[in-house]
Design a protein around this ligand. Sequence first.
Ligand code: EPU
Length: 364
Amino acid sequence: MLNVQRDYSLLRHNTFGMDVRAAAFVEYGSEAELREAAAMLRSGELPSPWLHIGGGSNLLFTGDWPGTVLHSSIVYCKEVSRDADTVTVRVGSGMVWDDFVALCVERGWYGAENLSAVPGETGAAAVQNIGAYGVEVKDLISEVETLDMQSGEKMIFTALECGYGYRSSVFKRQENKRYIVLSVVMRLGLVPHLNLGYKALAEALKGQDSISAADVRRAVCEVRASKLPDPAVTGSAGSFFTNPVVSREKLEELQSKWPAIPYHEVQAATDREAQSVREGASVRCGSSDRSGGNQVKLSAGWLIEQCGWKGRSLGRAGVYPKQALVLVNLGGASGAEVVALADAVRNSVRDRFGVELHPEVNIL
Ligand code: EPU
């Protein structure tokens, strides 16, 4: 029997710390239970609309949720296969992402260590294509298993069919919100292969000659702790905006005025990859929004800092003093106050640089 809780507080389900309520809340522990919830939503036994959440670390509630909030407690990590160099594992959608990374490091599986301490759960990580310190979760994923909430059928997406791009996937498109992640299949390395290209990480590990995945994990946790607020102490959802992708012409225009503007090349998908994504997607889910080639990614944190917002506040919402890309709840802020601050920040960046910032956080 499905455990349905009515008029349920979402306070401990969103890291921004918004004290809002859901008309109904369902935590399911199996595929069968999710299927049951889907049937109850269709029959009206559970109120609509439904919203699926993970760790609530990428959400901003601006009011109560009038329908049903669904949350997975499917937690497992099991080995599927291995060869001389790699191990393939299937991970339940409700597994806390950082618990998975800790497990990988403990077992000597390489590849996830740069994604240490990223908040949230594994299912959402695959939807969002979480990324940090030069690694994105798409680099590990080989397959995503989902349940179609409309048909009640299982649907498997290969990594290419997931259409991964910077903080994006086909699952984020409105027409694909019906696919709920049940498990994620990932491939990790059994032989050391570290990614130390990110400047802040390389600096934190400087002077060490034999570096293990555990060292990388420790360094990433330290760097993150020095820049990002601890969600247990300060309400936030990490980066509030994505880093804006602009044309090279736009970059040159900006460089003529701000020669020190930081930017990164956007990794272009190979033609073959892009083609496969389009073919896979056209059958099932629409095309990927990958970009590349003539485009560059700017640092939203830098743009916001240049506008003088770092450490400033509007009402009870503030711009984090150590990382301007992060908006925080200074205590008791409403969702509307955070949105007002986000709008003010966006307007400043648009006026000064002619660059549009887009929220990474889902505003509900
Ligand atoms: N910068 C500033 N001022 C700031 C913040 C950043 O000038 O207040 C500039 C600096 O030049 C710095 C550069 O921006 O060198 C990049 O900053 P940082 O290394 O902190 O990374 P980011 O681009 O601001 C992204 C991710 C983070 C991820 C880090 C590390 C996005 C939206 N954010 O931030 O992800 O941890 O890189 O890889 O891509 C998240 O998604 O919630 C998140 C925290």
